[in-house]
Design a binder for this molecule. Sequence first.
Ligand code: ADP
Ligand code: MG
Length: 697
Amino acid sequence: MDLSTPLQFVKGVGPARASALESKGLNTVEDLLLYPPFRYEDRTNLKLIAQLAPGEMATVIAEVRTARLSAFRRRDLGLFEATFTDASRAVLLVKWFHASYLADVLEPGQRVALYGKVEYDPFAGRLAMLHPEFEILSDEDEADAALHVGRVVPVYEAAGKVTTRVFRRLIHSVLERLAPPPDPLPASIRRRLHLPDLWTALRSLHFPAEQEDLQLLNAFRTAAQIRLIFEEFFWLQYGLAVKKNSARRQAGIAFQLTDRVREQIKRMLPFKPTAAQKRVLAEIARDMARPHPMNRLLQGDVGSGKTLVAAEAAIIAIENGYQVAMLAPTEILAAQHYFYFKRLFQKLGYQVGLLTGSSSKREKMQMKKLLAQGLVHFAVGTHALLEEDVEFQRLGLAIIDEQHRFGVLQRLRFMRKGVRPDVLVMTATPIPRTLALTLYGDLDVSVLDELPPGRKPVITRHVTEDQIERVWSFVKTQIQSGRQAYVVCPAIEESETQARRAAEKTHRHLAQQVFPDLCVGLLHGRMPAEEKEAVMESFKRGEIQLLVSTTVIEVGVDVPNATVMVIEQAERFGLAQLHQLRGRVGRGAEQSYCILVTGPLNDASRERIRTLVESADGFHIAEMDLKLRGPGEFFGTRQAGVPSLRVANILRDSELLELARREAAVFLHSGPEDEQRRALEFLRGHWQRRFGLAQVG
Ligand code: ADP
Ligand code: MG
């Protein structure tokens, strides 16, 4: 047996357990050993019931005597009560609230390990445990009871029928039989950071030594845990560094920054760039001038003026005789960019083209021909731009807007449309630094951290549905003073059709009953592209005063005269999404408002709404979002390329991530040669499988 042995060949794992383990992503012995306990329990204080004293944390092993869901008065509480007894013949009362499910779990005669705080129950007049952790011990467990009690015990998240006890047993027996595996972590790093070797670390991750501090264990800060967390981050960061390094060395286009380029940029600029825009453009221009491909991420909160920076970069490429392509996540956004760039570039005589999924066959053919002949200088499009038969004559710069909606693979595909073009990725979802490091560690990062002058922070209010009439009368006064407003209907994830119906219904209601004398428009994802464009254009011209929409307007839409954003059933939206929606207002000089209308809130949604009302800072909101939702769901799905971490947790372990990043950079540049060679070899074999990311250098 070694680390790569499939779990189905491990003793104690039959087909049923193998498939339960597989559903947790556990396929090999290595996977199993890197499946960390989520908690540790100190069961060294093993006592007889008669020895228990109030106030102490203790473990007892006892037999269930009675077990029942409590009488009628408490039924709604789901109060479950059981009594236990052991060799001391004393009786312990145990209560669990909201636990009616236990009626199917606990029954008299079972042997159970109970771990919890002992208290005196004044009603029963005897000692009791409230809500103890418990494990039912089977005969199978009796044999190795020493694994489950009388020590610091690891507690695992169950995988189907593979309970925490089964995990304990399996892992224990694997550790007994496995020969110590080689340690891939470079020895020089291990020595310097005083990290234990892999074998020691694995064993004490699961079965910590007696003297190990319980608090440290549960904070995941023992030497063994630190080593494994560090290692996971290290390989990820090292892989990204290798990738970045080899991309840096590839030959790319060295764009010339001539006076003419500067002239043209000046001619194009509709306003004075902010200091942040200037700084970021300088960073981009420096990259573009180098004879290697640029790989840069441009982060900026909504409304910080990323588009203008993209336009400047485009001018550099176009003036050097190259084409520029810009990939947008939605048709509406693609269309909007198209019009925006067309207007900006008119003076410069550039040809701007649009290619989306809903362009007609003839339009598509025509556009492809123009692109291939180099007659379109700047092409905006959706996924349609990525299709096989879209060819550019001379693609020099690829811009990807709102990156989080595109996978890493699409980024690669896009890059192949040119000969190592420069790549600029733009995102309006500010990414917390820790996540950016894991996700985009192979990109250089620029941040637009300043809003254009004269912006007033959007005033955000939370109101409940019963106050909606007041909201509408506020909207009315705003529109009467010449402003415009959005009403966003809830995202209905399961069904675009339902989302559309909801929007149509709201639109009817508002147009006919609430605002019969206003021009109320409707926008949703299912409308044909020309219709969408027509609606957006008419909203931009101010003809439509109130626009009812689904979340299709979430990204990028830019109408500075719109000052009110009403979001219905705001509790159904994610935090980042609400922030994006709010970013549609506050784009001009007028005071803007965002009104979050909700029904009754649960704890999580109340927290989201409060965060939004209190903060306008996209980075703070992103951090909160990451905390509230966890890294896995931050971007929706794994497809977005968020590497799945096993032992490490980017929220808890950000300082170890930073350490791993620094160590990886140092190692790449000055690690001992033989260690580097071995590390690279290891990386090639494991990186892709572990993180599901594209090939390393
Ligand atoms: P982002 O894409 O970062 O959300 P945009 O590029 O759409 O932001 O810009 C937001 C708004 O600010 C647009 O109306 C844009 O024309 C305007 N804008 C951009 N840069 C400046 C600037 N330097 N001064 C004034 N307005 C600007
Ligand atoms: Mg934008």
